[in-house]
Design a protein around this ligand. Structure first.
Ligand code: HEC
Ligand code: HEC
Length: 425
């Protein structure tokens, strides 16, 4: 029996040594399947964003210029103080640094970053919009975001001579807006809805068209926001060329160990894959609702709302032929989607804190802690399994996420407010 303490002691020593030596005891090469996986995460594998058939001006430079101005124009809000850029700040990869967004009122969700957003087939955490231009219309009318209403949007475009000229070039003459009350929308408060009902149907249709076009130019602008290559992409491209590369100067040992976990044991790559590190699909990762909020139904409600949206791909304001709206027509809508949210890309993760649709985690370390524990979901079931990673491994994963940071591949002019000050009526 007297041997037991010595045995325990030597076992502990062995465990300690194994732990200390862990990073060097990893195989110093990538297998063929790992090489292929790493190559698939490089920006070199990112195709140009797919066309948006619903938006005829999606790739028109004039539309991007007008959209750029609208994105930064706080006159498009009920109180004249909130623009898209209030919540989507260029220096934070177009997120806002807040747990929950604040516009003309207190919001409900965390603000996602927008770099590379044109690659996403669905918009919002719950995918309740099917195009970037349809998405852009929602904050303009949501009472706690900008709350301007489509009447005010049409009046501003018609009333600002620079906007009027830019709009005319793209879409033709604007309708006369003197009969349109600023406060008029089918989605506003009682007064706005009543003003909207009072409008002649032809004028309603004209306002809706102008409104949809505002969304289309905002989308054209956001299509310019593209991720830039960083150290990780150099590393991934070298691995792709020479599968044996384990170390080079682009990534540190810790970052490489984090990459190994990301594509291996930690299973992150199951959902965070492709060059943007998102599968653009919806998953339940057991994020608890914020105190006082109902759990979000997520994609389960989102897909129904996208189908109902008057500005969706199949709607009358879309430029797409019905045959081009397959994504919307064949979207999954089963009950498995309860509590599922869109997988965010991770290239800008260090700039888009706090995290998750609830903004519940202030740091990447907290996010990783959550994955390590994988708590039971309140609604539906958590698809991620507990990982049981050590502190050191969690730090390596975090080091890998941080290594993805890189300036966007976007001309500087798009990352700042437009230099021409908006011309008043
Ligand atoms: C009050 C802050 C706020 C304002 C103003 C705002 N947004 Fe957002 N934005 C958010 C939040 C919060 C979300 C996520 C909401 C959700 O998913 O329920 C979001 C989501 C988005 C998304 C979807 C991102 C994704 O990953 O699916 C896009 C695109 C976007 N906003 C663009 C815009 C544009 C364009 C404007 C101006 C017309 C705008 N936003 C105004 C806060 C704001
Ligand atoms: C089952 C799919 C799935 C797996 C596996 C997964 N994620 Fe996620 N990830 C998501 C979804 C979905 C969200 C958004 C969840 C929400 O807000 O409800 C998310 C959010 C995140 C965020 C926050 C990003 C932001 O902008 O808010 C980070 C960081 C992240 N994941 C990293 C990881 C890492 C690292 C791993 C591996 C340990 C991992 N994820 C595994 C699907 C997954």
């Amino acid at each position: 029996m007297s041997k037991t303490p010595a045995l325990v002691g030597s076992l502990m020593l062995a465990a300690l040594l194994a732990w200390l030596l862990a990073p060097t005891s990893l195989p110093e090469h990538w297998s063929d399947s790992e090489t292929a996986l790493i190559a698939s995460l490089s920006l070199s594998a990112l195709p140009p964003p797919g066309p948006d058939p619903g938006n005829a001006v999606a790739d028109d430079a004039r539309a991007a210029r007008l959209g750029h101005r609208l994105f930064f124009d706080a006159r498009l809000s009920a109180n004249g103080a909130v623009s898209c850029a209030t919540c989507h700040r260029p220096e934070l990869a177009f997120s806002d640094g807040l747990s929950i967004a604040v516009g003309t009122g207190m919001g409900e969700r965390n603000t996602p970053g927008l770099i590379g957003i044109a690659h996403s087939p669905w918009f919002y955490w719950d995918g309740r919009r099917d195009s970037q231009w349809a998405q852009a219309l929602a904050p303009l009318e949501t009472h706690f975001e900008q709350g301007a209403g489509r009447g005010a949007v049409a009046r501003l475009l018609a009333g600002d001579s620079a906007y009027r000229a830019m709009y005319r070039e793209l879409f033709g003459e604007l309708p006369a807006t003197d009969q349109i009350p600023r406060h008029a929308s089918p989605r506003g408060d009682e007064a706005a809805r009543s003003n909207w009902r009072g409008l002649d149907p032809a004028l309603q249709a004209a306002v809706n068209t102008v409104f949809a076009n505002a969304g289309k130019v905002l989308a054209a602008y956001q299509r310019k926001l593209m991720p830039g290559r960083g150290r990780f992409d150099d590393y991934a491209d070298r691995v792709a060329q020479d599968g044996a590369v384990w170390q080079d100067d682009s990534l540190s040992r810790n970052e490489i160990a984090g990459l190994r976990l990301f594509i291996g044991e930690a299973q992150c790559v199951n959902c965070h894959n492709g060059p943007l590190l998102s599968n653009h699909d919806f998953h339940n990762t057991g994020i608890l609702p914020l105190a006082g909020q109902m759990p979000s139904m997520g994609r389960f409600d989102g897909v129904l709302e996208a189908r109902r949206d008057a500005f969706n791909c199949l709607g009358e304001f879309s430029d797409a032929a019905p045959g081009q709206c397959l994504e919307l027509r064949f979207a999954r809508d089963d009950s498995e989607l309860a509590g599922a949210h869109k997988t965010p890309g991770l290239r800008d993760a260090i700039r888009t804190a706090p995290y998750m649709h609830t903004g519940a985690f202030a740091t990447l370390a907290e996010v990783l802690e959550h994955y390590n524990e994988a708590p039971v979901a309140m609604l539906g079931h958590n698809e991620a399994k507990p990982l049981g990673l050590s502190r050191r491994e969690l730090r390596q994963l975090e080091a890998f996420l941080r290594s993805l940071d890189a300036p966007p591949d976007t001309a500087p002019q798009w990352l700042a407010p437009p230099t021409e000050s908006p011309i008043q009526p």
